[in-house]
Design a binder for this molecule. Sequence first.
Ligand SMILES: [Zn+2]
Length: 261
Amino acid sequence: MQSRKHTRGRTAASPLRRIRFFTILGLLIPLSLISVLIWAMAQIQPGPSPSGTAPAFPRDTPSLILAGEGQEASWQLRLVNSTHPLPGDWNPDLSVIDPITGENFDSRALEYLRAMLDAMEREGLQPLVCSGYRSYESQEAIFQQNVETALCQGYTQEEAEEQAALWVMPPGCSEHQSGLAADIVSAENQNLDETQEDTPEQAWLHAHCQEYGFILRYPQDKTELTGVNYEPWHYRYVGEEAARDIMSQGLCLEEYAAPPG
Ligand SMILES: [Zn+2]
């Protein structure tokens, strides 16, 4: 009997225990899954956007600021030549260099140009900025004048454009359109030819322009690289550090701004 009672007791209790066990298990599994889901979502929220390409904003803010500063620092080193033309809508902020001539210069660099001209005048020299900023239209007009002159000398249209480009950049390709270039001559010799080299103004500029952030842009021994004839009167603002490097190492901007290799 005892054994039967015992057996009956066991057989009667087992289904109830199983029900309780499965009820608890049935509650625990969904609760565990919900907990895991909540934890997983909390891990995902601060991560990248669904596209997977956009960076998380707070983490990348410092590098974005640094990139902005880098771009801002390089505006004065922009290379402008026949293979690096300015966009047609290039429109720098300008200031008047001298109200008498009405020539303009990039507002960000004007103080350095003025400081250089003032230093020359204190030395008793007479510098004259005969050409500063040029618009696309005025550069085009100057280029066409030179083409016309070459055509009158018997060149074909193609040859005339090549001849003109030796002295005047085609529209879009002139540094004067950047607002950072100035043709500086002696008030006593305003001819844009090699006689400029013999003036005391050019002697001073060739020796000191880098102290004010300017370079002689088209040196005599770099015509192959610049694609422009020697112009002892054409100066370009690049900032003092770059100007000192370029002038002391005898480079042109093509070598400095886009070094080979
Ligand atoms: Zn020039």
